[in-house]
Ligand binder design. Structure first.
Ligand code: AMP
Ligand code: ZN
Length: 429
């Protein structure tokens, strides 16, 4: 049941002792890097975990400013790999790993995979990008450590993925949510029943971008599998930061490796458990490039209470979006995930959508392009028009502004190879 019971079920007292010792080590090491040396990080007295609040926060911009080597705190001889963020919010940032860092990261990913039930006899198809992006290699190393037959297929080439799933009796996949929906569409259009086609298929690891509980359910029901949420970011290694246990109620964040804070994004003051705020993380066990109080911009909360699975590490609520992907239209704050949650509940709506923001006159204007369900054969204009109006109504009720809704043919909205591009902002004001 546990890959590393000692650490996964560590008592909270022991955990806090370990965190303090690791935080002090981290600060000593970080002080060797030009960036943190200039910030005087070695001068702070940390006698208690609560002292962490005194330390300066680190932002993505700091990582860019320190490019290329300003945050490395070991000699470059010790560094064996670099990774880079996918750059969904601008110029990529670079993170460096020592041999020990890669080993620690692998161990955390292995912990996650074992927790969701992956074992040595599994066949694992990794449909996530290899290369600079951390998703592919991160999970790959974990799966190999577990002893799975690991297939590094990467994203794209859908027909080949489906062929692999069938011919190699794949049991577990790693996939981005938008691509899982695309796989489902493709199977639908081929008239294939996934439950008959892939009798060995049992679970999927889904992460890298926000998705709703409804999307999880759709994928689970369509394929007849369990879907586990995987949260990570390249600045904190990538996958293996927080992951769902079989309870599927929040992702356990591995606190022996990461110190977690949730802060109000405006005041930067801590918020209590259960209340939403921005996730701030400090690496507690990284050698080549420790990062202190990193502002992830991800909005979440700590789930109060303990988890019945026996693991003591805190659980993060599903990420509702980033404090910086929030759209503000006519003064109303809207998250793309709200639009998704509405669309997914409407029969006749397909699996892909896109939001386009424009300026009309002096006003913000939102166009939502919605693909139709490939199984729906409607040739009557009236039926389509009433579906369109229903979508407008339901979206308006949820997001409080009235969008324009364009119905599109299945497959007409481009599918990204990496993360889906959900919002195109063409506004000029
Ligand atoms: P990257 O550094 O390119 O891997 O991007 C990391 C970002 O992807 C995170 O900060 C989140 O905004 C997003 N992300 C990753 N995993 C998830 C997840 N399971 N749910 C929601 N957002 C996620
Ligand atoms: Zn649990």
């Amino acid at each position: 049941m546990y890959w590393d019971k000692t650490n996964e079920c560590i008592s909270y007292d022991h955990l806090q002792g370990l965190q303090l010792q690791r935080l002090q080590d981290t600060l000593r090491r970080a002080a060797q890097s030009p960036f943190y040396k200039a910030r005087g990080i070695g001068d702070y007295a940390i006698d208690d975990l609560s002292d962490i609040k005194k330390l300066p926060l680190t932002t993505k911009q700091d990582l860019r400013d320190a490019y290329p080597y300003g945050m490395v705190c070991t000699s470059l001889d010790e560094v064996i790999r670099l990774h880079s963020s996918s750059g969904t919010t601008g110029i990529p940032t670079v993170v460096y790993h020592s041999k020990k860092d890669i080993d620690t990261w692998t161990e955390l990913v292995t912990r996650c995979m074992y927790m969701m039930g992956v074992r040595k006899n599994d066949v694992f198809l990794n449909m996530i990008g290899y290369g600079l992006f951390t998703g592919g290699l991160g999970l790959h190393y974990g799966a190999e450590r577990l002893g799975c037959l690991t297939i590094p297929s990467g994203p794209g080439n859908t027909k080949r993925q489906l062929k692999f799933m069938k011919e190699f009796d794949v049991t577990v996949i790693h996939v981005i949510p938008s691509y899982a929906m695309h796989l489902a569409d493709t199977l639908d259009s081929m008239g294939i029943d996934p439950k008959k086609e892939f009798p060995h298929f049992k679970s999927a690891i889904m992460g890298a971008e926000p998705y709703s509980e409804e999307t999880r359910k759709k994928v689970e029901d369509f394929f007849g599998i369990d879907v586990f949420n995987s949260y990570g970011l390249s600045e904190m290694n990538g996958p293996g930061v927080a992951f769902e246990c079989p309870e599927k109620n929040g992702t356990h964040i591995w606190e022996d490796n990461y110190y977690v804070e949730i802060v109000n994004p405006d005041t930067l003051e801590p918020v209590p458990d259960g209340e939403q705020g921005e996730l701030v993380i400090t690496t507690l066990n990284r050698e080549a490039m420790p990062i202190i109080r990193y502002r992830t911009k991800d909005l979440t909360s700590i789930l109060p209470g303990t988890c019945p699975c026996g693991r003591t590490h805190k659980r993060l609520q599903r990420i509702t979006g980033r404090s910086d992907d929030m759209m503000i239209l006519k003064g109303v704050n809207i998250f793309p995930i709200q639009v998704e949650a509405v669309l997914i509940g409407i029969p006749g709506v397909g699996r892909n959508y896109q939001i386009i923001l424009e300026t009309k006159g002096h006003n913000d204007h939102m166009i939502v392009k919605v693909e139709l369900d490939p199984n729906m054969f409607v040739d009557e204009y009236k039926a389509l028009e009433s579906l369109r109006q229903k979508i407008v109504r339901e979206l308006r009720d949820e997001i409080l502004i009235t969008p324009e809704v364009d119905l599109c043919e299945p497959g007409s909205i481009p599918v990204a190879q990496g993360k889906a591009v959900r919002v195109i902002d063409n506004r000029t004001l």
